[in-house]
Design a protein around this ligand. Structure first.
Ligand code: HEC
Length: 114
């Protein structure tokens, strides 16, 4: 009887650990999209639509990503601003080159929407 209880307890523990692992892994994969990264790390200043109409964005006078001023900047300029920082814009040193590339493409996509 005791043996069976212990067996059941182990089984339950195993299921809990497994569910936990699945839960931890699922959002991590979803977070890899440029859109998710942008919403998590950039939208608070640049706004979900890239227009920078957030409290922080207005205070720091961020430029509208859909504007010609930003869109005429080269990919290298945008990449540098993200990975090295620019003025009040924090540097995102932990982002991989691919993530930054994705973010640059995402910033470019704002131009087409307006
Ligand atoms: C704390 C607020 C803040 C956050 C968070 C932030 N930015 Fe910025 N960002 C700024 C400011 C302020 C500038 C303008 C810097 C300047 O021109 O002096 C800027 C400038 C830029 C520029 C250059 C274009 C320009 O207007 O000169 C790019 C590209 C950019 N940000 C992308 C991003 C991306 C991508 C993220 C997320 C990974 C991000 N930013 C997160 C505040 C922020």
């Amino acid at each position: 009887m005791q043996e069976k209880l212990r067996w059941m307890a182990n089984l339950t523990l195993g299921a809990v650990v497994l569910t936990g692992l699945i839960l931890i892994n699922a959002p991590a994969n979803a977070d890899n999209t440029a859109e998710a990264t942008y919403k998590a790390k950039c939208a608070m200043c640049h706004g979900p639509d890239g227009k920078g109409e957030t409290a922080a964005g207005k205070t720091m006078k961020v430029k509208d990503f859909s504007s010609e001023e930003v869109q005429k900047m080269s990919d290298a300029d945008l990449t540098d601003a993200i990975s090295k920082g620019k003025g009040k814009m924090p540097a995102y040193k932990t982002l991989t080159a691919d993530q930054v590339k994705g973010l640059v493409a995402y910033i470019r996509s704002f131009a087409k929407k307006s």
